[in-house]
Design a protein around this ligand. Structure first.
Ligand SMILES: Nc1ncnc2c1ncn2[C@@H]1O[C@H](COP(=O)(O)OP(=O)(O)OP(=O)(O)O)[C@@H](O)[C@H]1O
Ligand SMILES: [Mg+2]
Length: 402
């Protein structure tokens, strides 16, 4: 913690003792005066010592707090800051003092969105808010405590920043999972009910088709009914997949490079015809993961099919795998150089039925199913994308014997 200056006065013990040789002898009155002065000096020294110990104590307290804490004036100038503030900002603590908090700490031109400092000053009462913007890629809840300035100076504000990034992420995950569970139940029920009548439609259409010659008008109508019914069947199957709860019985050790090899085999035709190159950078020594091969295959097929759809004019797909030894996880990344995803679509990507594809081309279940499967495998799936540049899906899975 620093206030940018101030030195402890030197010890009074260093002063020459009173009545050195060569001086005239003192009268009793003078002697008493000197005694009084010395006593006062000692008292002052005691007070100075007390003060500096107090200063040390409160500075250490300030610095012991792991969250950034600052004292700012009403123009947002930092008067004091603890070490955590400088640490989070990656700045030398001495360079922070006197600067505006939003310029140094938050790297902005204007105060942070929803900053509670001005409200605290106006109401002369503590205020708090979750900032509407991130500070150096972290989310903060900020508490502002106003206090009267020293004699004649305006009020200052103690600002306490609590990092809530992880909390927010978990909250979002819980919301997403609840949403998925609710939709999953509903979708599963509906899909189950539709499955039987759909089977009937298909069976009777196919029976009728036998009675009409190929190329006849009735036969081509029946073929159209069959195509539509098959499409519905695929959607119903997706819905059942989405709502399916894994029993864990199908689990075994899986080599991810083998799974990718198989999935890329399914997509060979599309990759060739669309002029898409694929680079697989998965080391042979990559540990296995524990899971259900068919379901993980489904995830990679969904993600890679999306990449293929994002590359109508060709491009590249890169698949990499690495072992994070510290956390005993396999980190996969599937990157394409396709059209990318609009930033306002990113948070909806894993929602069931979110699709930007034209009717008949996609139902918006691919990523919702993938999310569920990965979660069932105790893994994580994230996306990173820039419109016009491409998309990267990152999947983390625990190592088999970890
Ligand atoms: N690699 C990608 N590049 C660009 N957009 C993508 C990519 N992956 C996903 N998307 C976007 O996310 C949406 C949802 O994907 P998702 O796989 O869930 O559904 P879908 O592909 O539209 O349909 P389905 O997979 O059910 O056939 C897509 O419609 C697309 O807009
Ligand atoms: Mg898809």
């Amino acid at each position: 913690m620093t206030d940018g200056g101030g030195q402890r006065p030197g010890s009074w013990e260093a002063m020459p003792p009173a009545g050195e040789a060569g001086r005239a002898p003192q009268s009793d009155a003078q002697h008493e005066q000197v005694q009084a002065l010395v006593a006062r000096i000692h008292e002052l020294e005691r007070l100075t010592d007390l003060l500096s110990r107090g200063k040390y104590l409160w500075e250490s307290t300030f610095d012991a707090i792991q969250d950034p804490v600052t004292i700012i004036d009403q123009q947002y100038h930092i008067q004091r800051a603890n070490l955590a503030t400088a640490g989070r900002a990656g700045l030398d603590i001495r360079k922070v003092i006197g600067k505006k908090c939003y310029e140094t700490f938050a790297e902005r031109q204007t105060p942070c969105e929803r900053c509670p400092a001005s409200e605290a000053v106006r109401r002369e009462w503590p205020a708090r808010a979750e900032l509407g913007c991130q500070i150096r890629q972290r989310d903060y809840q900020v508490f502002a405590y106003p206090f009267p300035g020293a004699k004649g100076s305006p009020n200052a504000v103690v600002m306490h920043y609590r990092d809530v990034t992880e909390e927010r992420r978990l909250q979002q995950e819980v919301v997403q999972q609840e949403k998925m569970a609710a939709i999953g139940m509903l979708a599963g029920g509906v899909a189950h009910e539709i499955n039987n009548p759909l089977g009937g439609i298909l069976a009777f259409t196919q029976l009728l088709m036998r009675e009409f010659a190929k190329g006849s008008a009735v036969r081509s109508d029946l073929e159209e009914i069959e195509r539509s019914a098959l499409r519905c069947k695929k959607i119903v199957q997706d819905l059942l997949d989405f709502s399916r709860v894994t029993t864990g019985q199908e689990r075994g050790e899986i080599s991810l490079s083998q799974v990718f090899e198989k999935v890329l085999g399914f997509l060979k035709r599309e990759l060739l015809s669309q002029n898409i190159t694929v680079a697989v950078e998965i080391p042979e020594t990559l540990p296995t993961v524990m899971g259900d091969t068919n379901r993980l295959q489904q995830v990679f097929l969904n993600v890679l099919t999306n990449a293929v759809h994002a590359l109508p004019k060709g491009g590249a797909i890169t698949i990499t795998g690495m072992h994070d030894e510290t956390h005993q996880r396999i980190l996969l990344s599937i990157r394409d150089t396709g059209m990318g995803i609009r930033s306002d679509h990113l948070h909806k990507l894993f929602d069931p039925f979110f699709t930007t594809k034209e009717p008949g081309k996609g139902t918006g279940l691919g990523l919702a199913i993938s999310y569920r499967i990965i979660r069932d495998h105790h893994g994580t799936i994230e996306v990173d994308s820039r419109e016009g540049e491409g998309t990267t899906f990152r999947i983390g899975l625990p190592v088999a014997n970890a």
